[in-house]
Design a protein around this ligand. Sequence first.
Ligand SMILES: Cc1cc2nc3c(=O)[nH]c(=O)nc-3n(C[C@H](O)[C@H](O)[C@H](O)COP(=O)(O)OP(=O)(O)OC[C@H]3O[C@@H](n4cnc5c(N)ncnc54)[C@H](O)[C@@H]3O)c2cc1C
Ligand code: FES
Length: 277
Amino acid sequence: MADPYVPLEAEVVERVQESPGIFTLRLRLTDPQAHAAYRFLPGQFNMLSLYGVGEVPISIVSDPEDEQMIDHTVRAIGRVTRGLARLQAGDRLGIRGPYGRGWPLAEAQGRDIAIITGGLGCAPTVAAINYVFRRRARYGRLTLIQGVKHSDDLLWRQRYQAWAQAPDTQVLIAADRAGPAWPWHVGGVTELFAQARIEAGRTLAMLCGPEGLMLAGARHLLGRGVAAEAIWLSMERSMHCALGHCGHCQLGPLFVCKDGPVFRYADIGQYLDVRGL
Ligand SMILES: Cc1cc2nc3c(=O)[nH]c(=O)nc-3n(C[C@H](O)[C@H](O)[C@H](O)COP(=O)(O)OP(=O)(O)OC[C@H]3O[C@@H](n4cnc5c(N)ncnc54)[C@H](O)[C@@H]3O)c2cc1C
Ligand code: FES
């Protein structure tokens, strides 16, 4: 049996600089058979490794139906992510995955979907948004709420503009601070929650980003009558094995790598905002 810790080799097909500290690596597995067999669900992640540097969990942002490319959007913050930032087209890296439980897109069928994200937190939801738009008739109203610190931090501005024009879709975006010609709200993203057209009994919510934002979003939704079982959060914890063996990613009795990273608020709400967890 193949060693689950040994990564497959991938090649950078394209590197896109999204903003000064954020870039997207478009990858293809170098073994054509492995690439053809590779499948993932929106919300799952891969472990990306640089030989001699280390390995980090990164969400998959590409469209699950795009079998040409496996995309990851990364913020360069430390040793491994800064190493990944130096890769160029043609360079090689290691990839293990996909891992974890993705967004509940089957459960969301026939319902309205509200997606609340902050900063790069939007990355893990992009594959889910693409998935919904490809099967638009199966889902109800789509509400997208995204917050950034500065207007320059908003990734995929054109995609948000296109989504805002789509039928049955509401897009609410806020920047704490904004440059000129910013068409959306200036201020905290929580100030937009009340504008969201949410019908509590029909809505399934997906939240991703800083834990404080997810907590505020979940409490707002609960206050409007959305059930705790219908609110889903994508959690981040430092990871090592991604296989449920090492305990690095433990959150209460749960392992983020295998029980998540996407959880129901009903199952993890009690562990949010708890110091040391
Ligand atoms: C399931 C999952 C999905 C993720 N998806 C993405 C993604 O799509 N794009 C992306 O850019 N990142 C994502 N991350 C976060 C990413 O894994 C970390 O940024 C990365 O591990 C940092 O490694 P490093 O070696 O570059 O930094 P390190 O050298 O390990 O750390 C540098 C600094 O960043 C801090 N830090 C490390 N990890 C995090 C973190 N998760 N959040 C906040 N601060 C942190 C450290 O405390 C330290 O101060 C995800 C994490 C998880 C668990
Ligand atoms: S990363 Fe090892 S148990 Fe989750």
